[in-house]
Design a protein around this ligand. Structure first.
Ligand SMILES: Nc1ncnc2c1ncn2[C@@H]1O[C@H](COP(=O)(O)OP(=O)(O)OP(=O)(O)O)[C@@H](O)[C@H]1O
Ligand SMILES: [Mg+2]
Length: 207
């Protein structure tokens, strides 16, 4: 069996940056690495981008944003495809899978939207548990500053209050799920990468 590593954190935390660096680090050590993300690039992921991440402007049911439950179900459907079609087969082939967001994003964001945490956990019971989850933690203002220059602004980006709740939720989840290790996301890119490598070496026995 391979290893399954996940990066989590608020928008602009540096997840995509660190996924790439860790992927390169592992490849250089001879590991077969699969970089992936949620929402995925499958039809389900595309649907989520269209219906949820653009704020529903592209015409879901009456042009209004979809209900939080429908949103959670869409993310779960996308994840089910992700687990069955990509993550499990890759792990069975002995590869290291690194995912940019996973189950914990659904918990942190949908919980912040007012959904019941236990319902969300039940709904995602099929989701294979990662070997290591790295939570990049930093103040919302810093994350926002980093992504401000982007042209595509999702609804999530705009709502600072939601982001603050999401950050708090992630920190609560880190206390509940022992696979989550928190890293200071305020440090510079290279320093964070060193922390990430240290965690991967310690938690997964990868050298
Ligand atoms: N440690 C860091 N210090 C300063 N800037 C950073 C750091 N890490 C990443 N950045 C920059 O901040 C921006 C956001 O980083 P990145 O895209 O990796 O975040 P993300 O968590 O993937 O964001 P999103 O949730 O929006 O996908 C990028 O422009 C990136 O170059
Ligand atoms: Mg990203």
């Amino acid at each position: 069996m391979g290893k399954f590593i996940v990066f989590e954190g608020i928008d602009g935390a540096g997840k995509s940056t660190q996924v790439k660096l860790l992927g390169k680090w592992l490849s250089e050590r001879g590991y077969e690495v699969v970089l992936t993300k949620e929402p995925t690039d499958t039809a389900f992921g595309k649907l989520i981008r269209r219906l949820v991440l653009t704020g529903g402007r592209e015409g879901i049911i009456d042009g209004a944003r979809i209900s939080p439950e429908a949103e959670a179900l869409l993310f779960a459907a996308d994840r089910a495809e992700h687990v069955h079609k990509l993550i499990k087969p890759s792990l069975e082939a002995g590869k290291v899978v690194i995912s940019d967001r996973y189950f914990y994003s659904s918990l942190a964001y949908q919980w912040a939207r007012g959904l019941d945490l236990e319902w969300l956990i039940d709904l995602n019971r099929f989701a294979l548990k990662p070997d290591l989850v790295i939570l990049l933690d930093l103040p919302v203002e810093e994350g926002m500053k980093r992504i401000n220059r982007r042209s595509l602004k999702t609804e999530f980006d705009k709502i600072i209050e939601l982001q603050k709740k999401v950050r708090e939720n992630y920190l609560k989840l880190a206390k509940r799920f022992p696979e989550i290790k928190t890293v200071n996301g305020l440090a510079d890119v290279e320093a964070i990468h060193r922390d990430v490598v240290a965690l991967v070496e310690r938690e997964l026995g990868i050298k």
